[in-house]
Design a protein. Structure first.
Length: 241
């Protein structure tokens, strides 16, 4: 079993209350969670990564038990070894491309030196064609280049799985096509378990060996209320393959 998720969490903000009540299992290495904004997709990834502690439930990825409320198991984020790609990429603006990537294999929160290097850092700089940008800051990069840096940072630590939060949402349509192709090839080459969350059915078409529809904090089996750029017919076809 690649993913065995039972995540129960009540979130409150002012007078608003949101219940995350997700239960799903998947043997697929490529799981896409598809749903509109506010469905609870990002909170699900945060819980898997250890950035959000569920009130109850159990989280297993690739056979490894990451969280179990009854057994009082709650591994720290670093111990979970999840390669997390945030929607806004979360690059450190004061660190160069090389330093941002090296941060992924640096224990603790100490910034890598300007000349930080290792075999893994050099490998991913080359793999994403970033060598000529190694000394530039994130603010000097295009959206596609920032995404490649963030993905290289996630991969340099040799993660057990990839968690991708709307990885193409900030890119223009043509670049989305290119980078979907790059990520598709990379994931197949590395054979890493991957959860990708999105509101765009095109992501499900490329990556969704198993597609789960999510709405109002839970897996949704009925008609999905989707964002304007999701084709509900394609979503329905894809989720029932």
């Amino acid at each position: 079993m690649q993913f065995d998720l039972d995540i129960q969490k009540t979130l409150r903000s002012g007078k608003r209350t949101f219940h995350l009540n997700l239960r799903l299992q998947s043997d697929s290495q490529r799981l896409v969670i598809l749903g509109p904004s506010g469905a609870g997709k990002s909170q699900t990834l945060r819980a898997i990564a250890g950035l959000l502690r569920p009130d109850s439930g159990r989280i297993m990825v690739g056979g490894a038990l990451l969280f179990d409320a009854q057994q009082r198991i709650n591994l720290k984020p670093q111990a979970r070894r999840m390669g997390y790609l945030f929607q806004d990429y979360a690059l450190f603006p004061h660190l160069s491309v090389r330093q941002n990537i090296a941060f992924g294999e640096t224990p603790g929160w100490r910034n890598p030196g300007r000349r930080a290097s290792s075999e893994a850092v050099e490998r991913w700089l080359a793999a994403f064609h970033l060598e000529h940008l190694a000394h530039q800051l994130p603010g000097e990069l295009s959206g596609g280049q920032r995404q490649r840096v963030a993905l290289a940072r996630a991969l340099v630590a040799q993660p057990a799985a990839l968690l991708l939060d709307e990885p193409f949402a900030a890119l223009d349509p043509d670049l989305r096509i290119v980078l979907r192709g790059e990520l598709d090839r990379l994931q197949r080459e590395l054979a890493l378990p991957m959860i990708l969350i999105s509101h765009d059915v095109a992501d499900a078409e490329v990556f969704g060996d198993h597609v789960v529809r999510m709405q109002d904090g839970a897996v949704h089996h009925g008609a999905l209320v989707v964002d304007a750029d999701i084709d509900p017919v394609l979503a329905e076809k894809k989720t029932h393959r």
